[in-house]
Design a protein around this ligand. Structure first.
Ligand code: B1M
Length: 222
């Protein structure tokens, strides 16, 4: 059994080489990728978030921890994105909204959705409504996914929902997520769905693309 507490500590300290190596070692002894992700990486990031909140650590330390988290995610990526089937489940345009640079959660959602057979068009961070709309049109997307981690940037999701509607793309289901997002907020801004984590986001995407955008939510899985 891998020593996840040790791995958490290395991530907390921003030791990306150790985190990558420990991730590889956990996989090598047969631990499932989702377990390594949940217990080795996400658990540590939760502590980083708490300590950041209470000013026990600051942006430079959080940046290092984020880099270490990404090093672990890079090791897991081939396993998480391994597609379940040959047929494409649909195309999803995804991005973090304007003003927001957080991308770890969005990347995780993208990887797991890719693993479920979706084609992901990742617009990265700081994405404007115009960029979302252009990408949805260009790729004839089946769904638009938005992520926001700040209470100051989540409000931009409504701007995008409204702009999509004004652009005649109101039929494309929009799914939102990120730490401050709730189902109530999704309802309020007219998004088709909300998911609390990457595992439930994939279930939600499957339902939304199959059902053509009914209002649903999900909150199970890693
Ligand atoms: Co920032 N940050 N940060 N930060 N940061 C938070 C979000 C914060 C909650 C920390 C805190 O105070 N406890 C706080 C926001 C407070 C608020 O708005 N109320 C905060 C702040 C204040 C800031 C700055 C303003 C700090 C500053 O400069 N003074 C600044 C803003 C920069 C900007 O964006 N303009 C900032 C900067 C940064 C770093 C750059 C240092 C770094 C980001 C690095 C990166 O992403 N490349 C960072 C980090 C790492 C965090 C915390 C610690 C961790 C976020 C993370 O990666 N979590 C975060 C604390 C927290 O969230 N509690 C914090 C792990 C990830 C797996 O979870 O992203 O929630 P998460 O994703 C989950 C779900 O939310 C969901 O599934 C994912 C996987 O399970 N999900 C979706 C996400 N997107 C989804 C989309 C979907 C569906 C589900 O559908 C499309």
């Amino acid at each position: 059994m891998p020593d996840y507490a040790f791995m958490n500590q290395r991530l907390f300290e921003g030791d990306e080489e150790s985190v990558a190596r420990l991730t590889e070692e956990a996989l090598a002894v047969g631990r499932p990728a989702l377990e390594v992700l949940r217990d080795g990486l996400i658990a540590a990031m939760r502590v980083v978030g708490e300590d950041f909140k209470y000013n026990r650590i600051f942006v430079p330390e959080v940046l290092l921890a984020a880099r270490a988290m990404k090093a672990g995610m890079a090791v897991l990526q081939p396993l998480l994105t391994q597609s379940e089937g040959a047929a494409s489940a649909g195309t999803i345009v995804m991005g973090t909204v304007k003003g927001d640079l957080h991308d770890i959660g969005k990347n995780l959602v993208g990887m797991m959705a890719e693993g479920a057979g979706f084609k992901i068009v990742d617009l990265g961070t700081n994405t404007s409504a115009d960029e979302f709309i252009a990408a949805v049109r260009e790729h004839d997307a089946d769904l638009l996914g938005m992520s926001a981690l700040l209470t100051t940037t989540m409000v931009y999701m409504k701007t995008v929902v409204d702009a999509m509607s004004d652009a005649g793309l109101g039929n494309v289901p929009i799914c939102i997520g990120g730490a401050p997002i709730t189902q109530e907020y999704a309802n309020e801004i007219g998004a088709a769905g909300y998911a609390a984590d990457a595992g439930s986001a994939v279930q939600l995407f499957k339902r939304l693309t199959a059902e053509g955008g009914e209002e649903v939510s999900a909150s199970v899985g890693p």
